[in-house]
Design a protein around this ligand. Structure first.
Ligand SMILES: CC(C)(COP(=O)(O)OP(=O)(O)OC[C@H]1O[C@@H](n2cnc3c(N)ncnc32)[C@H](O)[C@@H]1OP(=O)(O)O)[C@@H](O)C(=O)NCCC(=O)NCCS
Length: 172
């Protein structure tokens, strides 16, 4: 499997070339155009959010996710967590184990920060996250950025409790 150089960079110090690299990679999967990807990144990322990037030998970003500290309200109790989003690997490297390596890097960051990770996903990728040690969160109602959310929410480490309502303040 391709060896990448891994870096975690705070959003406030992200360079133009990294921003472009992230936008290009994300646009392979969520096709909106690179300009639109950059605009989304700037509008939905806060200064202290982190970008986890895997660079190949030419400095091209081949694997990516973001790590955003958020306060999630779980049955009225605020809990500081790390929101993991934008998870993707270069299409030419999919199914080679790189996604697993990427999620292991994120897991190490969560352990280092002593935080629970939370992510939002569609049913079709649930199996991938389960293989990476994440579990489905049980909740009757979820609200994300003020709107009802009906897709999957997963956490790591595993949270076996059943929640009535959870409120996630922003998308990530
Ligand atoms: C999802 C994604 C990151 C997986 O990366 P990848 O490099 O292909 O994954 P890996 O090769 O490391 O796979 C790890 C394991 O998960 C499994 N897996 C991969 N994608 C899967 C999926 N969609 N559903 C179920 N299992 C999956 C693999 O079979 C492998 O299992 P194994 O180790 O038992 O053989 C990658 O396909 C991707 O970038 N997808 C597009 C963007 C996306 O949808 N991201 C999720 C946003 S929530």
């Amino acid at each position: 499997m391709t060896e990448l150089r891994w870096e975690i960079t705070e959003h406030s110090t992200l360079g133009d070339s990294e921003r472009l690299g992230i936008a290009r990679l994300k646009d392979q999967h969520w096709i909106r155009g690179v300009e639109s990807q950059i605009a989304w990144l700037m509008d939905n990322t806060e200064a202290e959010d982190r970008h986890l990037m895997g660079f190949d030998e030419n400095g091209v970003i081949r694997a990516y996710l973001n790590l955003n500290e958020i306060t999630v309200v779980m049955d009225e109790t605020p809990v500081v967590m790390i929101g993991v989003g934008g998870v993707c690997v270069d299409k030419s490297l999919e199914h080679s184990g790189l996604g697993r390596v990427l999620m292991a890097k994120a897991g190490a960051y969560l352990a280092h920060r002593q935080r629970t990770g939370i992510l939002l996903c569609r049913e079709r990728v649930q199996g991938f996250y389960e293989k990476c040690g994440w579990t489905l969160l049980s909740t009757e109602q979820a609200v994300v950025q003020g709107a009802e959310y009906t897709k999957r929410i997963m956490t790591r480490p595993c949270d076996m409790k059943k929640y009535g309502q959870i409120i996630i303040p922003r998308n990530f």
